[in-house]
Design a protein around this ligand. Structure first.
Ligand SMILES: [Zn+2]
Length: 492
């Protein structure tokens, strides 16, 4: 992840230390304030808008893992935990993966949580991953991040005001959002040395523990993972950037969790087998060059010594490595060995890729089979759409993607794929409309407006024109509302 974005994540975490020193929400919304409106009155809607703007930039970062399958799994895990939060959350949880071997996780405003690939790879069970995620959701639930940036703004007058200024300029069609975010990141480094307060950490642990238990995870995973993190931070002492630098781990915290565990009967966890496949995939994405051979040895020993999903996932990893090395036949054998142990959408997705080596139409057929078996998997849907496109079946891709957009209205990536096929079919009006929807959903409203206006100019059909006019008016209203929402937070 881009260092600025990373710093924002960490510092937002860090800044909660400040937040805990002041009771938040002391000023009701709408009261005239002395300086820029900020601080304790950062509303959930403003927080969401800021988080979306940071994510809009983050998506372009080379370390952002744009993989629907991985992010669907992580977000589902986060939402499963959040559904059992002891207090209602003011933000919807969205979890994404970042290519970074450091064992870390970070929360951004707006309920966005980034998980480093290194953390998933280090986890030895789904409950361990759930433990860290539940702790982060605990921070979101207590509004530590919102309060943190708000309080920090009050102190420095920088963070919220700077980002809001950049956002407003972008809404007005001037200025560069990326510049604002970079400045935001620089502002955030000022307080880098701060840590979450002990009470904030304990609150997040307590809430996280409860979520884990009620969502059916073994809360022991939280303890195991924190021990692992503590050891990792001892090994990396001085390098900074590790989990423990933003969430101070202490013997006290660990023994609090131990005490809570002692009061519980042993839990029967029902882990999702997909955890192991996502973990294998992240290990592959994280490995570079020479690391492939080491990874092959790890997968080999897991395939030999483990059972069930973990064994199948290791074979899946070996199949990927063979495929990457251009050995399609060896890859196919590993894939079949994995399938003999366990079925999983990830195995069928790889099957589609391997079929591509034979012919585009073989891949399209394989993707139809995969979709029949896994109609809830975004990763399979993505693979299906791309296979249809590669086979030149753009009309079938359009029909398929229109259904996918109805099934997952909040996943903008399908709009982008839809636009590509429409473009190739020569339907420029609808192609621009789909791109407008993509940008609208990622929060880039001015760019969405440009696409709608281009669609309107190209349209020759009266009914289509009126429909586009309506969309343009609605988007203009959203732009106005966002401007009005942000204006009070501008630096005066
Ligand atoms: Zn924490």
């Amino acid at each position: 992840m881009n260092p600025c974005l990373r710093r924002i994540g960490q510092t937002l975490c860090l800044s909660a230390a400040l937040a805990c020193a002041f009771p938040a929400w002391s000023q009701p919304m709408g009261l005239p304030s002395m300086g820029a409106a900020s601080a304790s009155e950062l509303s959930p809607l403003v927080e969401h808008t800021l988080g979306q703007a940071i994510m809009e930039q983050g998506r372009h970062d080379p370390t952002y893992i744009a993989d629907l399958d991985i992010n669907q799994y992580l977000t589902a895990l986060g939402r499963k935990l959040a559904a059992h939060a002891p207090q209602a959350l003011s933000q919807t949880i969205t979890v994404f993966a970042v290519r970074d071997p450091a064992i870390n996780a970070f929360a951004l405003p707006g309920g966005y949580i980034g998980i480093n690939s290194g953390l998933v790879v280090a986890a030895q069970s789904e409950s361990e991953l759930a433990g860290v995620l539940a702790h982060e959701i605990g921070h979101v639930m207590q509004r530590h991040i919102a309060r943190g940036i708000a309080q920090q703004s009050q102190g420095t007058g920088l963070m919220v005001a700077t980002l809001v200024g950049a956002l407003l300029a972008a809404l007005a069609g001037q200025g560069d959002l990326a510049m604002g975010v970079a400045t935001f990141g620089q502002a955030a480094t000022i307080d880098r040395q701060l840590g979450f307060s002990r009470s904030a950490e304990q609150e997040a642990d307590r809430a996280g523990f409860q979520m884990m238990r009620q969502a059916g995870f073994d809360p022991r995973g939280m303890l195991d993972m924190f021990r692992r993190l503590m050891n990792a931070s001892r090994l990396n002492e001085g390098t900074g950037g590790g989990y423990a630098s933003t969430h101070p781990l202490s013997i006290q915290r660990l023994s609090d969790i131990e005490n809570r565990l002692a009061e519980l009967p042993p839990a029967a966890a029902h882990p999702d087998p997909e955890f192991w496949f996502v973990r294998a995939r992240l290990a592959l994405l994280q490995a570079r060059g020479g690391a492939d051979e080491r990874l092959r040895q790890t997968f080999k020993s897991e395939a030999r010594d483990r059972q069930g999903s973990r064994k199948a996932a290791a074979l899946y990893g070996l199949a990927w490595l063979d495929w990457k090395a251009g050995q399609a036949e060896a890859a196919r054998q590993q894939l079949e060995a994995a399938r003999a142990v366990q079925t999983a959408p990830q195995l069928d997705m790889l099957d589609v890729r391997l079929a591509r080596a034979r012919s585009p139409s073989a891949a399209a057929d394989a993707s139809a089979q995969a979709w029949k078996r896994w109609p809830q998997s975004q990763g399979v849907a993505d693979e299906r759409a791309r296979a249809l496109q590669a086979a030149g079946q753009d009309q079938a891709a359009v029909d398929f993607l229109k259904a996918a957009v109805r099934q997952w209205p909040d996943t903008p990536e399908f709009q982008q794929l839809l636009s590509n096929s429409l473009e190739r079919l020569g339907d420029k009006v609808q192609a621009h409309e789909a791109m407008a929807s993509y940008f609208e959903q990622t929060g880039a409203l001015p760019t969405a407006m440009e696409h709608l206006q281009q669609a309107r100019r190209l349209s020759k059909d009266f009914y289509e024109q009126s429909r586009l006019d309506m969309r343009i008016r609605a988007l203009r209203d959203s732009l106005e509302n966002q401007r009005a929402l942000l204006e009070p937070y501008k630096k005066k």
